[in-house]
Ligand binder design. Structure first.
Ligand code: FAD
Length: 450
């Protein structure tokens, strides 16, 4: 039996951040992971998809090299090598993460955990030389508090089973197999669009099926319209309000219709559920005293940075602090071409909640840096309320996923549109677009017609 102050089940973004924060606060911490440290995000999500997008967007850019006065002949992409590079990037980060966790004095227990009750986890130990806990295949881990961070797995549709051949998960598409001639993508959310981006650049014929009236739920309506126009130009077919019929399909099919929280190992505790996941209050406490839950297991927004923040808060609260989590002003980035960055309310939400709102827009085509870089597609949109309070900022354009950081800082701190308009940015840079859009809200944009 091993005794700790805090046990964490799951070593993804929610779990490992909770472990590190708890160790920083002086706790003796056990982190149980059955697979690879870093979870979905590092091994099968955020990082591998971006490593692939880095390659396909460089390839797409090289095909347009002539526009920059560069002759690049025989440009070709080798998908096998692209996947190998992705694996190298992931392996390096996983190793770095293990080093970080160990340096923080956290005990990593490699195995599958089953929660027996508050503070009690039975672990089926993975037979690994790096486990310092002896040969026993079952281990009882006892602690004062417990944080559950078991994440989520790809969801399927009735009548479809994943076979790694015709019906694929996002995990499958991150492993090497020849680029499909035809790829159906079922689900027009963020994950579906990431893969549409990757495989359309590789030459697959893509059809996106979305049962809802619109793709990209939660994204500003004007941004979605612009993205659909761009996809059409790239010959990606988007069928909204359309259910995918497997009987009528040919080619490979990615099912990206959402993710299901991983409840294995934590059932039987009588915890209150919410939707398909575990219910928590704003302190990340479950309905069972002494047990916290974070990340995709509970989240209404399945994002790595939400899991990070929730893990941090749960660790602090488990060790006696009193922190709360809010879903307000969570930024997100989508790596389409061009990228999308979004924080706060969409225009529709803002109008529903606040009635009269001010909209300021600035096109990338009017931005000096965008012209110089050959990235003139897209716009910045700033939404503010009657008293000038910023309500939402949405960006479609180059570097939008990074630019949204500056917008998030403004929204999180309750800034007014006037303050954003008066924050001068370096020239020539993309953040000037945010300033100009804020200025446009006040009818004083300097580089576009108000
Ligand atoms: P996970 O990362 O799923 O980690 C859970 C861990 O728990 C896993 O390692 C699992 O092995 C372990 N585990 C489960 N059960 C047990 C058990 N019983 N015993 C021991 N260990 C257990 N988010 C973003 O913010 N940005 C992005 O760009 C982005 N891109 C994505 C792209 C794809 C293709 C996918 C699939 C996801 C993407 N996400 C992105 C979402 C992000 O990956 C998740 O929100 C994040 O990983 C959730 O973290 P988590 O810690 O809750 O769970």
């Amino acid at each position: 039996m091993q005794k700790y102050d805090l046990t964490i089940l799951g070593g993804g973004p929610g779990g490992y951040v909770a472990a590190i924060r708890a160790a920083q606060l002086g706790a003796k911490v056990a982190l149980i992971e059955k697979d690879k440290l870093g979870g979905t995000c590092l091994n099968r999500g955020c990082i591998p998809t971006k490593a692939l997008i880095a390659a396909t967007s460089l390839y797409a850019k090289m095909l347009k090299a002539e526009n920059f006065g560069i002759t690049a002949e025989k440009v070709a992409i080798n998908f096998k090598k692209v996947i190998e590079r992705k694996n190298t990037v992931v392996d390096k980060l996983v190793k770095g993460l293990r080093f970080l966790i160990e340096k923080n004095g956290i005990e990593i227990i490699e195995g599958t955990g089953k929660v027996l009750g508050p503070g009690k986890v039975e672990v089926d130990i993975v037979d690994s030389p790096s486990t310092s806990l002896g040969a026993s295949s079952k281990l009882l881990v006892v602690s004062r508090k417990l944080i559950l961070a078991t994440g989520s797995s790809p969801a399927s549709l009735p009548g479809i089973s994943f076979d790694k051949k015709d019906f694929l998960t996002s995990d499958d598409l991150l492993e090497y197999s020849p680029v499909p001639e035809k790829l159906n993508i079922v689900g027009g959310g963020v994950i579906g669009l990431h893969f549409a981006q990757i495989f359309s650049a590789l030459g697959s014929e893509i059809t996106i099926y979305e049962a809802l009236p619109e793709i990209l739920p939660g994204i500003d309506e004007e941004v979605v319209e612009a993205v659909k126009r761009i996809l059409k130009r790239r010959k990606v077919t988007v069928l909204t309000g359309t259910r995918f019929d497997p009987a009528k399909s040919t080619g490979k099919t990615l099912i990206s219709v959402g993710r299901t929280p991983n409840l294995q190992g934590i059932e039987g505790l009588g915890m209150r559920n919410e939707g398909k996941g575990i219910w928590v209050n704003e302190k990340m406490e479950t309905s069972v005293p002494g047990i916290y839950a974070v990340g995709d297991l509970v989240s209404k927004k399945m994002l790595a940075h939400v899991a990070y923040e929730q893990g941090y808060i749960a660790a602090e609260n488990a060790l006696g602090k009193n922190k709360t989590f809010s879903y307000e002003n969570i930024p997100f980035g989508i790596y389409t071409d061009p990228e999308i960055g979004s924080v706060g309310m969409t225009e529709k939400e803002a109008r529903e909640k606040h009635g009269e709102v001010k909209i300021g827009k600035f096109p990338f085509a009017a931005l000096g840096i965008a012209a110089a870089m050959g990235e003139v597609e897209g716009f910045v949109k700033v939404i503010s309320g009657e008293n000038g309070k910023l309500l939402g900022i949405h960006i479609l354009g180059a570097e939008a996923t990074s630019l949204i950081g500056c917008a998030t800082l403004a929204l999180k701190n309750g800034l007014k549109v006037e303050q954003l308009a008066e924050t001068f940015q370096a020239h020539p840079t993309y953040p000037e677009g945010i300033q100009e859009a804020a200025q446009a809200s006040l009818k004083r944009s300097l580089h576009s017609i108000n």
